[in-house]
Design a protein around this ligand. Structure first.
Ligand code: NAD
Length: 486
């Protein structure tokens, strides 16, 4: 069914300085429901001029009431925002589900609770950001204070728009920073709604500005802006490199959370029921569009065939369908471009000689649906085993022994996460020590918690988010010397 042309599309404006404004250039873009391929809303399209206005507003807000507010009161605002998001959970979940094609049940179970938990966790931090007295010498009182880093540019991807947005906004605000938030152009709606709720929660105007727009214009303007003090970016390694280069202009602080090609390693002595169940969820959750997706399953030779068989059975049983249905486990890929990329990689895998065991094609009907796809007999060196696909495609690779498992697990450009399955406690700890990953899951896969550091090195990123790492990211220590000499 086509869009009802009699109904005008819902319009959304930018949020700058506490007001809803049209883009300076008057442009807007449509955001598409990936399950129906129909537009959901027209959204004002920020470019450099709007980013300028947002940064100026954030700078004023930093010097204004936000900069003078008691830390505990900042925490209260964050608590109120968490409560408002909870109050509007159904509305926000529906918005996020439609905009990003995420199953509504998953948004309600995972994205929203995680966003709320993040806000409450950092609300608690707001009045606990302490300096230290460091007795350097007897003739001086020497101490440190931690000050907000300043105006933060937050650039967010489309796979967890609300949750990753809050991973950035909550600690930045707790630390007393002000923020210009640029959601991904494919999924701008939840950030705009949260911007409204933040005002309702009592956040002063200009403390959180939301500027949807494209990476090459709004994103780049934010990255290059001389009056931004820090950029916190989550996205692809290619853009991460551009962010670093752009940040060189005024030496702004940078944190990058980038991609992954995480290995989920199953030894022959593992609990296979649990391992295969988690391995399937580890790749097919969120249609494989997860930076820490277990997109390489490394399986010890003696159980290889059995694992492929069980994994394939699971993949075939996943309910793929409309994200609005509560029973749907897997929704569409987020956009036509991303679907094309995924299908391209599937073709590459076939050309490389891997065995396509199940899936591998676009499903009929409207929407960017690709079935859960399993490749077996994948060589470690093949592109489908080395490059991030960011879709519902898994490569099952054979290994012989512990050394081989570690070599293969560490053998990509990424280092975000890894999983290991074995009943041998010595082996799993050796693995945790030797594997290059920001997070290691032992006999489980895929959990994140805002209290634990998150991030990776190499093509997976630069720095860590979450926990007290984020407090360090959004503050600068200042050393104070007070002369005590008489
Ligand atoms: P992307 O890099 O294309 O876009 C991410 C964001 O950056 C978007 O908001 C986009 O508009 C913006 N952007 C694009 N070009 C820009 C530029 N030149 N300057 C400034 N901003 C720009 O990534 P994506 O396709 O939206 O997301 C997928 C990627 O993100 C994957 O590689 C995935 O692994 C990664 N990711 C990582 C994590 C993590 O925590 N490590 C989480 C989610 C996604």
């Amino acid at each position: 069914m086509g869009r009802n042309d009699l109904l005008p599309l819902e319009q959304h404006r930018l949020l700058i300085d506490g007001r809803h404004v049209a883009a300076a250039a008057g442009r807007s873009f449509e955001t598409i429901d990936p399950a129906t391929e129909q537009p959901i809303a027209a959204v004002a399209e920020a470019d450099a001029a709007d980013v300028d206005a947002a940064v100026a507003s954030a700078r004023r807000a930093l010097a204004g009431p936000w900069g003078h507010m008691r830390a505990a009161d900042r925490g209260r605002v964050l608590h109120r925002l968490a409560n408002l998001i909870e109050l509007h959970a159904d509305e926000l979940a529906a918005l996020e589900s439609r905009d990003a094609g995420k199953p509504i049940s998953a948004v309600l179970r995972q994205d929203l609770p995680a966003a709320i938990d993040t806000l409450r966790y950092y609300a608690g931090w707001a009045d606990k950001i302490n300096g230290q007295v460091i007795p350097a010498r007897p003739d001086a009182l020497t101490y440190t204070v931690r000050e907000p880093v300043g105006v933060v540019g937050a650039i967010v991807p489309w796979n967890f728009p609300l949750m990753i947005g809050m991973w950035k906004v909550a600690p930045a605000l707790a630390c007393g920073c002000t923020v210009v938030l640029k959601p991904a152009e494919i999924t701008p709606l939840s950030a705009l709604r949260v911007g409204d709720l933040a005002l309702e929660a009592g956040l002063p105007p200009g403390v959180l500005n939301v500027v949807p727009g494209f990476g090459k214009s709004a994103g780049r303007a934010l990255v290059d802006h001389p009056d931004i003090d820090k950029v916190t970016f989550t996205g692809s390694p290619a853009v991460g490199r551009e962010v670093l280069a752009g940040a060189a202009g005024n030496l702004k602080r940078v944190t990058l959370e980038l991609g992954g090609k995480s290995a989920n390693v199953i030894f022959a002595d593992a609990d296979l029921d649990a391992a295969v169940k988690a391995a399937s969820a580890g790749i097919f959750f969120n249609t494989g569009q997860v930076c820490s997706a277990g997109s390489r399953i490394l399986v010890q030779a003696e159980i290889y065939d059995e694992v492929v068989e069980r994994l394939t059975a699971r993949a075939k049983s996943i309910r793929v369908g409309s994200p609005a249905e509560r029973s749907t486990a897997m929704g569409p890929i987020v956009s036509q471009a991303q679907m094309a990329r995924v299908l391209d990689y599937i073709a590459i895998g076939v050309r490389e000689g891997a065995s396509l065991v199940t899936g591998g094609r676009r499903l009929d009907g409207p929407g960017y649906f690709v079935g859960p796809t399993v490749f077996a007999n994948v060589d470690h060196d093949m592109r489908i085993s080395q490059e991030e696909i960011f879709g519902p495609v898994v490569s099952v690779v054979r290994f012989e022994d512990e050394d081989d498992a570690i070599t293969k697990a560490n053998g990509t450009r990424y280092s975000l996460a890894a999983g290991v399955w074995s009943r041998d406690i010595g082996r799993v700890h050796r693995f945790a020590t030797r594997v290059k990953a920001g997070t290691v899951w032992i006999n489980t896969y895929g959990y994140t918690d805002i209290r634990l550091p998150w991030g990776g090195a190499r093509d997976s990123g630069y720095g860590r988010e979450h926990g007290d790492a984020a407090i360090e990211n959004f503050t600068e220590p200042k050393a104070v010397w007070m002369n005590l000499a008489g």
